[in-house]
Ligand binder design. Sequence first.
Ligand code: GUN
Ligand code: ZN
Length: 447
Amino acid sequence: MNAPQTPRQQLILGQVLHFLADPGEDDSANSYEYFPDGALWITDGRVAGIGRRTEVEANIAPAVRAAAEVFDYSGKLILPGLVDTHCHYPQSAIIASFSRQLLDWLNDYTFPAETAFADPAVAARTANWFLDRLLAHGTTTAAVFSTVHATSVDAFMAGAEKRRLRMLTGKIMMDRHAPPALCDTVAAAERDSLALIERWHGKGRLRYCVTPRFAPTSTPAQLTLAGELYHSRPDLHVQSHLAESLDEIAWVRSLFPAARDYLDVYDCHGLLGPRSIYGHCIHLSPAETARLAETGSAAAFCPTSNLFLGNGFFDHAAAIAAGIRVGLATDVGCGTSFSLIRTLNEAYKVSQAKHRPLPPLRAWFLATLGGAQALYLDEFIGNFALGKEADFIALDPRSTPELEFRLEKTDDLAQILFALMILGDERCVAATHVMGKPAFQRRTTAV
Ligand code: GUN
Ligand code: ZN
């Protein structure tokens, strides 16, 4: 018999911040805990203590403390790992491609790029590259679109498993209005999805996400299958796109004339409910807004993508006020950055265009606990509640000369967080830890 292993213990020192609830439009002080001279105590990859450094250390036996691994991030903010609620790893190499409209973008760049993922070597190389870049940008969990090819899911899941990441992905289901090389059939989608669910769903920290690309590229029969798959096992997720552009909405209306609205297409096929998330949701009717909220479906706010394609301004404050779970998303490669910090900058500008500015505490809530709640993963991640998986980042709020100069005369948390989201980017991510272990350490500070 093997001797029981000694638990792996880690002490993390720094300015610890996490959210307990949505700070709302007034940045409620009851919604978060902040320990400027703080510490996290981690046992076997899970949070075992959080608070003021002196108090956390006082609770640890001296011999245990002496044997623990210590990471001193003094002067840096320790936040839960960032959560990207909608992105496409196979589009990594087409980010920043000039385009006019959503449907042109899909035809001109997305479909040709995704066709290459029939090759497992392309899928493996891109998946591993993408996962490493996520970590360098401080993102530890994401809801990710693969391609129609089962091997694209295998490559991504294998890469995420190797890095012990909590990740969601699924094979795109698409049986019409796409090049033949990218189309499956109802039967093939069922066979491949079931095999992938068997292989990956619930393996370690991985979950499978049923992924009909969007209403126009699936026949009603395939959407019916997607709904059946979603309900076929506990804890399966659903991701798709909704109401991103006006042309897309008109197309959906012509393809599904009996549906009350765009959302109704998904609703009629059993695709709304807990663990479902829809990218964009810009042009929603009051009925669609109410139905998303009532069913517990979530919206992924993709500001860089929406600005890039000129599709409009998502009203995050109205959506949250209506009771919709909202997460933040890069939407790489329509989105213009892998960084959720840069994404917050654009989210703020979009919120200003809607005359409901996104305040800094709510912003960082959306990038952490809010994203975890939108994905229904908050029992595992999103904050430092005791027992949660210890994915976290160390952010250096003075990592660039501009931030340093801006923050010279303040140690006010809201000001620091706001400056970080407007002036900051991936250069602020000094380190990323997954289940306590360092997964990324920035070598140099860029100037
Ligand atoms: N709608 C359907 N597919 C896509 C996609 O890949 N990107 C974006 N932005 N919108 C979509
Ligand atoms: Zn998308």
